[in-house]
Design a protein around this ligand. Structure first.
Ligand SMILES: [Zn+2]
Length: 174
């Protein structure tokens, strides 16, 4: 079990120091995420490397991870998913200053001397990683997919595939 991440950090100082933080965020601190899924399984984990990039931009890069239960929109049965997302965030002290940040970063405003709530950052990234339409993946049992496949099979006119095959053969001869 990883140690909890500190609640608030000073991102500009951590970036200057080139610090990497690894740890967990308690599920209880992730109310927005918990509200967006069927169930949140345990704590979230994060690895966050603060640094100044070649252009001197204070940023944090890393990964966030959490296990959630969603409802498959094809079969309406529960599905477990490991949410995992890369983090690439740059910091600016004012909203106006974010326009100067390189486009590869997601901008986050943290006033000079103000702290950054890590749980909030981790939760934001996990929310962004949620699938818009959750569906069982390939290799997972999904009653809805089996139904769809049966429907597609039934709807296919007899001989349609043979016709396509003939078309391909014609094209090859040209
Ligand atoms: Zn399904």
């Amino acid at each position: 079990m990883p140690d909890p991440l500190p609640e608030r950090v000073e991102p500009y100082r951590l970036a200057r120091q080139g610090r990497t933080l690894r740890g967990s965020v308690a599920g209880l601190q992730l109310a927005r995420l918990a509200g967006a899924v069927e169930a949140l399984d345990g704590d979230a984990e994060a690895e966050l490397s603060f640094a100044l990039d070649a252009g001197g931009v204070p940023h944090v890069a890393g990964r966030v991870r959490a296990r959630v239960r969603l409802v498959c929109q094809r079969c309406l049965e529960p599905m477990d998913l490991v949410l995992e997302a890369p983090v690439r965030v740059a910091f600016a002290v004012t909203e106006a200053a974010t326009s100067a940040l390189p486009g590869e970063y997601e901008p986050v405003v943290v006033e000079a001397g103000a702290g950054l709530a890590l749980a909030e950052l981790v939760e934001d990234e996990l929310l962004l990683a949620l699938p818009i339409v959750p569906r069982h993946g390939p290799g997972e049992a999904c009653a809805g997919r089996a139904r769809l496949e049966a429907l597609a099979e039934a709807a296919r006119p007899p001989g349609a595939l043979a016709g396509i095959g003939a078309l391909w053969r014609q094209r090859d001869r040209r």
